[in-house]
Write a protein that binds this ligand. Structure first.
Ligand SMILES: C[S@@+](CC[C@H](N)C(=O)[O-])C[C@H]1O[C@@H](n2cnc3c(N)ncnc32)[C@H](O)[C@@H]1O
Length: 450
């Protein structure tokens, strides 16, 4: 068997982590593979297993930082390379990005960042001829890079232009810029607790947000944190925790969660006392949902199915239906920075038909007087406001039940004039940007006429 290419015993400490980071970065930028699929599950990078926890955490932060600041990094490197970034050796580009990101934003000594990138490119067949160039550019980056970063601050280089144009058109230019700034920061760890958020905020060295989410800056594997093994909490962005709360009192009610996996909102519904039917069409994701519920000692009836075809025999039988629809997920870019570079404008609206079918199915499953909550983690109006406007036009029996600010902890900026929830990454500002922001979410609450 050939020796594994990743952790070579005689190697300089930290080099294996950079090599895995380079592969994963090439996977996103060259092969259009998501970070999630490369970091977890059956197609995860094999080198991850060979890294110590600390190196794995550093590698993840490194890749995320590069993807979060890619436009700025490209600007800085372009200013230092007369002939541009080499195009005939992907490893040369990744070595430059990896070195520059560490020099500019991470707590790694400059000389170590330069040295590791030099070794990275040196050991690559096609990249080796660029060893001198990588060395020279990164040394220059350590001396002159920061002013180049400062000169483009506020120009929103880290968001693809087509996306900035959409956000400017929909939210206005200032709001779009504020979103771009918000998603350039590394986000906090947000946690939904089963009970007593004040207690858990203390134990996790965090703070309790007005909405009840516990927010902490702790890093590393969440599995090591107190309360994880005991199933006292789960990871969930503060905005993602809002839609399930719009049902109000759920004790004893029958609720269908039509796009349920991996189960953050299913867990909220079950914890609130609902009898939950959790449906998702992805077997692998339903397996994760079941694991998550088991850890949390929460119960739901789970099914792997296309929700649009599920239980045709059960119209009008649910008190509540949640549709957390598949979407372009542009609201989650601060947590999933690969999304910015993997999605294309044509992807927006590509899921409109399935979103519409899921909404009609939800309306059919609902009993008269029941509550339908529709949400997406997208900043695009086609997947939020426009999807609901279309449903309301097509289903005269459905009407909107506006959300009041006191249902979202008095945060009136979360509520649209129509009474829907619309959170932006620039919401919840904080003096420490690492503790600021939420994912971009949309949620609407509807009911069916009696
Ligand atoms: C935004 S995610 C759901 C996140 C989940 N609600 C949570 O809070 O953890 C959307 C999910 O919809 C599922 N999905 C997409 N189309 C579906 C369909 N037609 N029927 C059922 N599930 C579907 C995907 O597999 C994916 O797991």
């Amino acid at each position: 068997m050939p020796a594994p290419r990743f952790a070579q015993p005689s190697e300089v400490p930290g080099l294996a982590a950079r090599r895995v980071a380079a592969d994963i970065l090439d996977g996103v930028l060259g092969k259009r593979r998501t970070l999630d699929e490369q970091l977890e599950g059956p197609a995860a990078h094999p080198g991850l297993k060979t890294l110590a926890d600390r190196d794995r955490a550093l590698m993840r932060r490194l890749v995320a930082t590069i993807l979060r600041r890619l436009g700025t990094l490209d600007h800085v490197l372009a200013r230092m390379l007369d002939r541009g970034v080499p195009t005939d050796a992907p490893r040369a580009r990744s070595a430059l990005l990896i070195g520059a990101a560490q020099i500019l934003w991470m707590d790694v000594p400059d000389h170590a960042a330069v040295d590791l990138s030099v070794r990275l490119v040196q050991s690559d067949r096609r990249g080796a001829k660029y060893t001198g160039l990588v060395n020279a550019v990164l040394r220059r980056c350590a001396r002159e890079g920061q002013p180049l970063v400062d000169e483009v601050a506020g120009q929103a280089l880290d968001v693809p232009q087509w996306l900035m144009a959409r956000w400017s058109a929909h939210y206005g230019e200032d709001a779009a810029r504020a979103i771009a700034v918000a998603i350039s920061h590394e986000p906090s760890l947000d946690i939904t607790v089963k009970s007593d958020p004040a207690h858990w905020a203390g134990r996790l060295y965090g703070e309790m947000l007005p909405t009840g989410t516990v927010r902490t800056l702790l890093q590393g594997s969440v599995k090591m944190l107190p309360g994880f093994d005991d199933g006292q909490w789960w990871v969930q962005d503060a905005a993602a925790a809002l839609p399930a709360r719009l049902f109000g009192d759920l004790a004893g009610k029958a609720v269908a969660d039509l796009c349920a996996a991996p189960g953050g909102k299913t867990a909220q519904l079950a914890q609130a006392g609902a009898r939950v039917s959790a449906i998702d069409r992805s077997p692998a994701r339903v397996a994760r949902l079941r694991e998550n519920l088991a850890r949390l000692s929460l119960e739901a009836e789970t099914s792997v199915a296309d929700a649009t075809e599920w239980r045709a025999d059960a119209p009008g039988s649910f008190d509540g239906v949640l549709v957390d629809a598949p979407c372009a997920s542009t609201g989650t870019i601060r947590r999933h920075p690969d999304v910015a570079w993997l999605k294309q404008e044509a992807d927006i609206g590509a899921l409109a038909a399935v979103q519409n079918r899921l909404l009609h199915k939800a309306a059919a499953l609902l009993r008269p007087g029941g509550t339908l909550v529709y949400c997406t983690c997208s900043l695009e109006p086609e997947e939020g406001e426009q999807a609901i406007a279309k449903l309301l036009a097509e289903e005269p029996g459905m009407r909107r039940v506006p959300v009041a600010p006191d249902e979202v902890a008095g945060l009136a900026e979360f509520i649209t004039p129509e009474g829907d929830v619309r959170t932006l990454p620039s919401h919840l500002p904080h003096a420490d940007p690492r503790l600021a922001g939420v994912d971009g979410f949309y949620a609407a609450r509807l009911t069916k006429s009696l």
